[in-house]
Design a protein around this ligand. Sequence first.
Ligand SMILES: Nc1ncnc2c1ncn2[C@@H]1O[C@H](COP(=O)(O)OP(=O)(O)OP(=O)(O)O)[C@@H](O)[C@H]1O
Length: 419
Amino acid sequence: APPAVKNRKDLPKKTKKTYKKKQNIVPVKKPGPGERKAFRKRIQLSNNSALPVTGIENLEAQTMAKSESSGKMFAIPDQVVDQLRALEAFKTTQTWNLFRKPHVLMRKETVELLSKLEASVEKKEALKCVLTGSRLSGKSLTLLQAMSYALLNEWVVIHIPEDLTNGNTEFSPVPDTEPMQFTQPVYCLKLLQNIYKANKAVLEKLPLKKDWSRLTGLKQGATLADLALSAKESEFAWPTLSALWTELTQPGQPPVLFALDGLAHINKVSEYRDPSFNSVHAHELVLVRTFIDALSGKTKLPNGGAVIAATSENNTHYHPSQELVLSQLEAGQAGREVPKPNAYERKYDDRVYDALKNSQVIRLEGVSKDEARVLMEYWGASGMLRSVLDSRAVAEKWALGGHGIVGEMERASLMTMRM
Ligand SMILES: Nc1ncnc2c1ncn2[C@@H]1O[C@H](COP(=O)(O)OP(=O)(O)OP(=O)(O)O)[C@@H](O)[C@H]1O
């Protein structure tokens, strides 16, 4: 028999772990204020595991609005990518992070829209329109293409990408207004900086037409770029933005594109309360009002350009007034009988009608099968398609994607962990 273990010392020795304090460990830092949000909102515009796709032309100022561009893929030139990034035109809900470089399909509706933009310059009158359609049909992407067109043609582009009415940004009353109006100083400062970044080259060439020396201290010969940069604190952001807008709406300036994503937000009562705790209608927020006045035609754009609002179909807000007005406008455009208000709906808002009554409605639904094939060929060339591409696969994905709703087709076709 093996000798009995008498003593603990006879047992095999355990090696004792030593916990030496390591010197070079970076302490885990809690995210600072706004860092989590910044990460969530970070836009990734390339994927190194996707194959580069060659032989695709760049978007160009002269060709974008031509009918020959319809149904083709285009690359967004690097410079425009930077400008669009400054304008916050790319959304995290879109699939940019799957491909090597940003490319877009020029669908028929986009080319039609761009040719209207082109015509507005000749007419010296802004196109006023609302982009509507099913969820994920490409409304925001069409807005992005309109912005690309405007940037390439050296227009000035302003974009309001986010909800201004949810109470997430500071607001303050404008003295002596009745009903009381409100500015959003922090948001306006950020918007001014974004406008400057995206439009720097154009703004630097434009001398001021009016005297803003009392507001800004700027001397004669200063440019619109100097004006945009003159606001260093949020307190001066709105007056400066308002001055910039006044300059841009003078005859002899370049055309302007004023774009907004999420129309339903600005056509309702906001989350803000006035000092007596009454709800504030979104149209009393001065920045929203500036957009609405341009969309309704109250503010003219004498150099042409466009005011474009995209609806965003998240079914959480049903918006009876906006739905009604858009359906009436659409019916009127098509020469159909104009729908009547629902007699039982009491929440119609006349201000929405006044804001939208002079707009054209442009509806985006599915792409054609030919357009779907072009897009899927690009997905295939990028190495991002789950299956082999033939005409059966195109027809199948087109049908699965609700008859060519691009976002739905992406869900059905693309290789990704996220979808
Ligand atoms: N012309 C296009 N070229 C390439 N991709 C497109 C095109 N149109 C739409 N997509 C893709 O389809 C998806 C949905 O597009 P987008 O975000 O524009 O939809 P939306 O209609 O604005 O959506 P929502 O209803 O949620 O506001 C995105 O991933 C987008 O990249």
